[in-house]
Write a protein that binds this ligand. Structure first.
Ligand code: DI6
Ligand code: FE
Length: 402
């Protein structure tokens, strides 16, 4: 414990989300102390060491403090929009029919390829700002609408720049194996190109993780495995869009490569759950896409609980299947659509989301040593964060306060 601290938040109720207390780690008369952007103490006021020199004290007036929220699965950077496709689906067209006519992901690829880095930043900023208004301090952003080296690089550069323009931690994921680009019908040839993109993108510091879409309409387990082998060669961790629309054994494939997370998981079977439990792979649940596509098959939440698989929740913000820019709303959908508890939703956007990004040593809980990323809420009880539909309960957002 350092004798001097920069900022001390007092009269707060804390949800530390730390594993040393049950549930959300509730502390009723809590304080958080920070120095050089790091938490040096978070706990009951009575346990705060005496004799500290405090530069600034902030009275929270009984408000709640949680770790800054983490949106650990987004496609935030893209150009254009697909509102026309939404209207067509309302009139009866299916996602597959729209894709067959050159819509769907291909439409976003066309718009994104035509956009400059500045264009991509300008269109992503309002979405990012909406997420920040929900107390998000870390956001993962995937590529995957460029599908050639230059366009993927532009997306990832735009993502990195967003983290400089706004006070938010950005984690980037290369999703070159998202869809087949319009110039080819040869899936294996696209995988060859994706594999070859990893080295130059990694050399430019643009890749924190590698992702793929394992699905009948996207890439097979064998094709995904080739991408993951290449990622492994470069020492880059992987994650996977797995078992969203059908069961290809994708969750087990992710586990075989020690994936940080397997995502979606509506069709994951018991073997997949067991494999994820053994590898410590996080189950990333994305109720926005489930809701927006009016899916009916729910991920095996009860099996994840029984097996002790950590569950995370994110927006999956994307123009086609989850045009959602509220992580609080994603939590509500996880509760209403997937019957997750309030505690699971909150852990799923803090401690477990940090794990899904491989950043659990840095963020996700209020504990000494972690970055001082805080969300301060004008609420009476944490359940309000999950209950609201479009509410804006955030009082203040602190990012690594100095
Ligand atoms: N799964 C999805 O739901 C999105 N990507 C993915 O791999 C769809 C993205 C889109 O339609 O633009
Ligand atoms: Fe996604």
């Amino acid at each position: 414990m350092t004798a001097t601290i920069d900022r001390l938040w007092t009269h707060a109720r804390l949800a530390t989300m730390a594993a040393d207390r049950p549930g959300i780690g509730r502390i009723d008369d809590g304080v958080v102390a920070a120095r050089d952007g790091r938490i040096v103490f978070a706990g009951p006021r009575a346990d705060l060491p005496a004799g500290l020199t405090v530069a600034e004290t902030i009275d929270c007036g009984g408000r709640w403090i949680t770790p800054g929220l983490i949106d650990a699965h987004t496609h935030l950077v893209f150009a254009g929009n697909r509102a026309d496709e939404f209207e067509a689906r309302l009139a009866g067209a299916t996602y597959a029919e729209i894709a067959a006519k050159g819509g769907g992901i291909a439409a976003t690829v066309r718009a994104t390829r035509a956009a400059t880095v500045d264009d991509l930043i300008a269109t992503a900023l309002p979405r990012l700002d909406r997420l920040l208004a929900d107390g998000v301090t870390t956001v993962e952003i995937k590529s995957g609408y460029g599908l050639d080296l230059e366009s993927e690089a532009r997306m990832l550069r735009a993502a990195r720049r967003l983290g400089e323009i706004r006070d938010v931690r950005v984690v980037t994921t290369f999703l070159g194996a998202h869809a087949l680009p319009p110039e080819t019908t040869d899936r294996d040839a696209h995988i060859d190109r994706v594999v070859a993109m990893i080295a130059p993108l990694a050399a430019e510091g643009l890749i924190d993780a590698v992702d793929a879409f394992c699905e009948g309409i996207a890439f097979s387990p064998a094709q995904v495995a080739r991408v993951f082998e290449a990622a492994r060669t470069h020492g880059i961790r992987v994650k996977l869009h797995a078992d969203q629309l059908s069961d290809l054994g994708a969750a087990a494939l992710a586990a075989r490569f020690d994936a940080l997370s397997a995502d979606h998981l509506e069709w994951t079977d018991e073997a997949g759950v067991a494999a994820m439990a053994a590898s410590g792979t996080v189950a990333m649940l994305l109720p926005g896409a489930f809701y927006f596509l009016r899916e009916t098959r729910r991920p095996p939440i009860e099996a994840f609980r029984r097996a002790g698989v950590a569950m995370a929740v994110s927006t999956d913000c994307n123009p086609g299947t989850s045009p959602m820019t509220s992580l609080l709303l994603a939590m509500n959908m996880a509760a209403t659509c997937f019957s997750m508890t309030v505690e699971e939703c909150l852990l799923g956007t803090t401690r477990h989301a940090a794990r899904a990004l491989g950043r659990e040593a840095e963020i996700g809980t209020l504990e000494a040593g972690k970055a001082c990323d805080l969300a301060i809420w004008s609420i009476e009880t944490p359940a309000e964060l999950v209950q609201g539909l479009g509410a804006l309960p955030l009082h203040a957002r602190i990012r690594s306060a100095r």
